[in-house]
Design a protein around this ligand. Structure first.
Ligand code: CA
Length: 417
């Protein structure tokens, strides 16, 4: 019941009556929730945090959890005091981190007794078998960020059309003469990546959708929503609310899974800020995508890989997020990578000199002009993406020059080619 509602009742009825109503929270019933979405889907032994929230009580007895009849209770920590839903009632949480399950239909059953009566929760989870069979030597995933069908159509029309008969560089009546390479791949699939809470999602939960096999909430990277998210959603995402951004149930990504279970060597190459949502979704676990210092820390100290690095090779933009002068924890993450035998490169020339035997490589190719911390304390002030396609037109990204300058330079470059 909202505060506004009780204020309204007090206004209508006067203070003496409100004095009786003020005890209303004590009448709340205890409830138990397994903080996973309804349709959680896992691979066998894909690790995931089990967080069980019990609302409106501060003490619990007889807590028990089983999965397909197997007793998991000893894996849990708790009861841990918690402030769920940003209300004034006491709550508790039990959590077991990085739990895995055998393939099959797993029924989770949790129960406890509380001063307000017994509580229980049930959740059914499908766990799929996973075998590599003949292990693939290399698995390379190319991601055209935000590249839905209309962008492929545009690329085909531009790249696979012969020039207009009169030499005019424009769309030639909607026709193309050949298919793109990606049009000719033998198998094509679609992943439906809208989020738990929006039909039009953002890069964080869409990257997490195929990286973890699960739908994630808007802004979330490899975590499920939980009862503390109201703190940063209502109070702002910043250093003071970072704990509520990083306490969510984490679910393992495919790359963490392949590295942990099958000793794959993993790498990530991006033209974006390496802490941006799409690369971040491969091996970071935070409820708010802009917690970029934490994203990079988890790529370095990965929670599913025993605090070892998630990737042997990291190449991209976003140098600012690694700098001790920018990071709120003051850590020099480039130095920490180098101390762990990572070779560090920051120019094309240095990158070309890397030998094939190099298996630990950190390349950061773009730093902002004035690296500094954002006022929220959880990221750099600028997202230093690489200029990418702009380089080919001898341009810089929007934001470093005006839109007017870009169009003027584009006209000059096009007329000279
Ligand atoms: Ca949370």
């Amino acid at each position: 019941m909202s505060t506004r509602f009780w204020s309204h009742i007090r206004g209508l009825l006067g203070l003496p009556v409100f004095g009786l109503l003020a005890n209303a929270p004590a009448l709340a019933q205890a409830t138990m929730v397994i903080a996973w979405p309804e349709r959680t889907r896992l691979l066998e032994d894909q690790r995931v945090d089990l967080v069980i929230e019990i609302r409106h009580v501060s003490s619990v007895a007889g807590f028990r959890v089983t999965a397909a009849g197997r007793d998991l209770t000893s894996q849990f920590r708790g009861p841990l005091p918690a402030q769920l839903d940003c209300d004034e009632t006491p709550d508790v949480v039990f959590r077991a981190d990085a739990v895995g399950f055998p393939a099959g239909h797993i029924r989770l059953q949790a129960s406890a007794s509380t001063p307000l009566g017994p509580v229980s929760a049930i959740q059914d989870v499908l766990v799929y078998p996973f075998q590599l069979g003949q292990p693939a030597r290399n698995i390379i995933l190319f991601i055209g960020d935000g590249m839905s069908q209309p962008y492929r159509d545009a690329a085909r029309l531009v790249a696979r059309s012969t020039p207009h008969p009169k030499g005019v560089p424009r769309l030639r009546e909607g026709f193309f003469d050949d298919l793109l390479e990606m049009d000719q791949m033998p198998i094509v699939g679609w992943v439906i990546t809208h989020s738990l809470d929006r039909v039009v999602p953002d890069s964080a939960n869409t990257a997490s959708a195929w990286a973890t096999g699960n739908k994630i909430q808007t802004n979330g990277l490899g975590v499920f929503p939980d009862g503390t998210d109201c703190r940063w959603r209502l109070g702002g995402a910043n250093a003071a609310t970072l704990e509520a951004i990083t306490d969510n149930p984490k679910v393992e990504t495919l790359w963490e899974y392949l590295k942990r279970r099958f000793n794959y060597r993993t790498g990530i190459v991006s033209t974006a800020d390496i802490a941006d949502a799409t690369p971040a979704g491969e091996a970071a676990h935070v409820a708010f995508r802009q917690a970029r210092f934490e994203v990079i820390r988890q790529h370095w100290e990965n929670p599913f890989l025993g605090n070892r690095p998630a990737f042997g090779v990291i190449l991209g933009g976003g140098w600012d997020q690694f700098l001790p002068s920018v990071r709120s924890d003051g850590r020099d993450l480039v130095a920490e990578f180098r101390n762990a035998a990572y070779r560090f490169v920051s120019t094309a020339t240095e990158l070309r000199s890397v030998t094939a035997s190099t298996d630990r490589l950190l390349g950061l190719f773009f730093q902002s002009a004035n690296p500094r911390r954002a006022s929220d304390g959880i990221r750099a002030a600028v997202d230093p993406n690489m200029s990418v396609a702009y380089d080919k037109l001898r341009l810089r990204r929007l934001g470093t020059v005006s839109r007017k300058q870009i169009w003027a330079t584009t006209r000059t470059n096009l007329s000279s080619t």
